[in-house]
Design a binder for this molecule. Sequence first.
Ligand SMILES: Nc1nc2c(c(=O)[nH]1)N[C@H]1C(S)=C(S)[C@@H](COP(=O)(O)O)O[C@H]1N2
Ligand SMILES: [Mo]
Length: 390
Amino acid sequence: MAKRTSRRQILKGGLAAAGLGVIGLPEWALPALAQGETLVPFTDVPDDFGPAALGPTRRVLDIRTIDGSLTDKNDFYTIQHFDQPEVAAGAFRLKVGGLVDRPAELSLDDLRGMDSRDVVAGFECSGNSPRMIQGLASNGRWTGVPLRTVLDRVGLEAKAREIVFIGADHGEEMVDFRGQTHAVDQPFARSMPRTDAMTPDPLLAYAMNGEPLTREQGFPLRLVVPGWYGVCNVKWLTDIRAQQDRFLGKWQARWYRTLWAEEIDGEVSYHETEISRLRVKSVIARVTRSGGRHTVYGFVLHDGTPLRSVEVSVDGGAWQPATLDPATASETYSWKLFRYDWDGAAPGEHTIVSRATDADGMVQPTPEELEFKQTGLENHQQYPRTVRVS
Ligand SMILES: Nc1nc2c(c(=O)[nH]1)N[C@H]1C(S)=C(S)[C@@H](COP(=O)(O)O)O[C@H]1N2
Ligand SMILES: [Mo]
């Protein structure tokens, strides 16, 4: 369990108290189509969309096919920047060094022998977008050793402030310095502040959904930071290094950042941030029809802050409350599946959109509210979809 929060606590504390309906049908979560049930087609799916749209080593999840809370390993979306290294399990060692008292090299057996933990965590690539019908997102049950256990074991020195995670994959990168570029070989690497790394949640994961990681998911070991964007979950993890200074590698400081714009008193001001915690986002994934009844299904991704509401609006009408699937709602970092019973759907084309709000009052923004955002990551704006009802 990601946090020691029981479903009852969540119901009491977050959802129910705030009026977000949670229903208790046993087979709730986006069941495979029942007899007599048909799909209502989306009319906004790009012609070139498909599971192989990104090439042979990347994979997009067709969110219309989501049929349960966990994503199958063969459907889980896949992204990486270099190749997919083949790491031999027997020879594998996780090296933990830098500003630590007792540097360590841990084999897979060493890690499997330590106390493990399960965390259901859903995440998306920060480059997820309508072009991919938001399919650079998935949800898994991860098993591994809490990062904190390993950091405690090696003992962080007092001056260690940044923890760097390094993958086995690498390639030549151009590093720009004041107009001059230097071509150097670099691994994929990301970092976290010590304070985030030492929270109970980040996991050194060796399994997903009860099975060893597949090669494309980072076999044999990856970092999973529940509630953070996909890029933080370093695959093929081989090195952890503690250091005093900020880590400024390409994938941390340059390639993954957002240039935001805010309009204050008619003046637009800009600021840049790095990619870390998931911004609350909901997506409509499927619409079904059974007899005369229409149902809208979707999912929410967020940083683990309890949700206050998920709502659906049809053809620009008032926001109507959607219902959360209790199984996913009880897991802090899982994606949350929702449904909305769409009464009175008339034949013709319709625009439907969803909106999620968390308990801190973060409301999923409209596309207009992000109009001045200059970069294409963290596309968490509302995602209107068009469907044809016959
Ligand atoms: N070693 C390594 N880890 C990586 C990457 C990478 O290129 N190399 N890509 C990151 C990005 S951008 C994403 S979105 C996620 C995707 O994880 P998945 O392929 O398991 O869905 O992996 C992250 N971890
Ligand atoms: Mo990503």
